[in-house]
Design a protein around this ligand. Structure first.
Ligand code: 13P
Length: 241
């Protein structure tokens, strides 16, 4: 399974490096078989030896370098050996105002550079409340211009109203929407939005859920490690069946 920690605008470089070291130690000692990603804040990026933890960027501009004040480009990621990027996170769409058009450009650029892309989709509450059809229309528009067959694509379904709120869809709702969205792309699909140690196991157990993208709860290393352990346990039980 895939477990990804989005550290957002948290943890300085020093704290991030300690976090990654602690996570590596846990993964090695527990002999975990999970695919684990950490997305630090941009200024907390650093060079990490190739290890059981894959470090990715939360964002970067689709350019090698240039005059884009406040942004970083490909060469800033290359400096740290980073080949993984999060694109389309709802905070970038809704707070930072990134449009589908700009995300499509970003996707195409980082795809052309062979990056692994975690592409985020998800609907705000008003859209969800407008009914299933409207919700699917909204989410479908987030697939427009995206190469859904890209071999290094992972999709993360994160309902906007579930992010950082403690609210989540029901397990049945998550299972059903993942099932429906899986028809649009063969990529693995993560669920994100208020995943905590208390619900991670049941989310990971759902059919069509290939992993989780965790924000606030992942800031506690021991909580994120527990989630990795749940995935190991689930796979072990499945293997014994
Ligand atoms: P929370 O886990 O804090 O709800 O955030 C989810 C998220 O946005 C991960 O990208």
């Amino acid at each position: 399974m895939i477990l990804a920690a989005n550290l957002k605008t948290n943890l300085t470089r020093d704290k991030t490096n300690k976090y990654i070291k602690g996570l590596e130690k846990f993964l090695n000692e527990s002999k975990s078989g999970q695919e684990v990603f950490v997305f630090p804040a941009t200024s907390s990026l650093d060079y990490h030896e190739k290890s059981s933890v894959v470090v990715g960027a939360q964002n970067a501009y689709p350019v090698q370098n240039g005059a884009f004040t406040g942004e970083i480009g490909l060469e800033h990621l290359e400096e740290f050996g980073i080949k993984t990027i999060l694109i389309g996170h709802s905070e970038r769409r809704h707070i930072l105002g990134e449009t589908q058009e700009s995300l499509v450009k970003k996707f195409a650029f980082y795809k052309s550079q062979g990056f692994k892309i975690i592409y985020c989709i998800g609907e705000p509450l008003t859209v969800r409340e407008a009914g299933h059809e409207k919700m699917m229309e909204y989410i479908s528009a987030q697939y427009e211009g995206i190469d859904t067959e890209y071999k290094d694509l992972i999709i993360a379904y994160e309902p906007v109203w579930a992010i950082g709120t403690g609210l989540t869809p029901t397990l049945e709702e998550i299972e059903n929407i993942h099932k429906e969205l899986k028809r649009k792309s063969p990529a693995p699909m993560l669920y994100g939005g208020s995943v905590k140690v208390t619900n991670a196991k049941e989310v990971l157990e759902l059919q069509n859920v290939d992993g989780i993208l965790v924000g606030s709860a992942a800031l506690y290393l021991e909580h994120f490690c527990s989630m990795v352990s749940y995935a190991d346990q689930i796979e072990k039980i499945a293997g014994e069946k």
